[in-house]
Design a protein around this ligand. Structure first.
Ligand code: MG
Length: 198
């Protein structure tokens, strides 16, 4: 039986979610958490590789809506800079913010996934809203608030029992395609120990 806390997919970083991979999964829209998913905790700076990834997925027709529990001013500023809609003060794990993000995306829930770094906020909100869930390893989480810090050990405990169901082959195929497009003949890349998994 599927446990309530289990994400559909688990990847190291949002940048592991290649457009071809998402398209294969019929995911046409992403509701993306901000803190520790796109940026470091409460940072206003989008890492260059994440900005590039956002450009790439949007260029490939995948719509994005930021979905954050953070304050409106900061999330709006980031969303405006990227040029995407947003839902701030989403109150995850409650599903209402996700419902609003679905309306912003204009897509059925079957074609949308939520992406975030917290089991007890992002994954739970996605499960309750009826969309697919993608968990990422938190980035820049060392400045997180106390409540989140207390939740992390339990998250790690739960994640230990996940049965791997990989996005790795899909991502590797997409990587290989990218390398072919770049004319790179070294296609024999190996999977790292922390390849995407569920
Ligand atoms: Mg987060």
């Amino acid at each position: 039986m599927r446990m309530w806390w289990m994400p559909d997919y688990y990847v190291k970083s949002v940048t592991d979610l290649r457009p071809a991979c998402l398209q294969n999964l019929n995911i046409k829209g992403l509701c993306i958490d901000v803190d520790c998913t796109l940026t470091d905790y409460v940072s206003n700076n989008l890492p260059p590789e994440v900005a590039q990834w956002l450009d790439q997925i949007r260029h490939n027709g995948i719509n994005v809506c930021l979905l954050s529990n953070g304050g409106k001013r900061r999330i709006k500023r980031l969303a405006d800079r990227i040029g995407v809609p947003y839902v701030a003060r989403a109150m995850k794990p409650l599903p209402f913010g996700c419902h609003r993000a679905l309306r912003e995306l204009g897509l059925p829930r079957s074609e949308v996934a939520i992406v975030g770094d917290q089991l007890f906020a992002d994954v739970l909100a996605g499960r309750w809203a009826g969309v697919r869930t993608i968990l990422v390893v938190p980035r820049g989480a060392d400045r997180e608030g106390l409540i989140t810090k207390w939740k992390r050990p339990l998250e790690r405990l739960l994640l230990k029992s996940l049965t791997p169901k990989s996005l790795a082959s899909c991502s590797q195929e997409a990587n290989a395609e990218d390398r072919v497009k770049r004319g790179d003949s070294s296609l024999g890349g190996t999977a790292s120990a922390d390849e995407p998994r569920v």
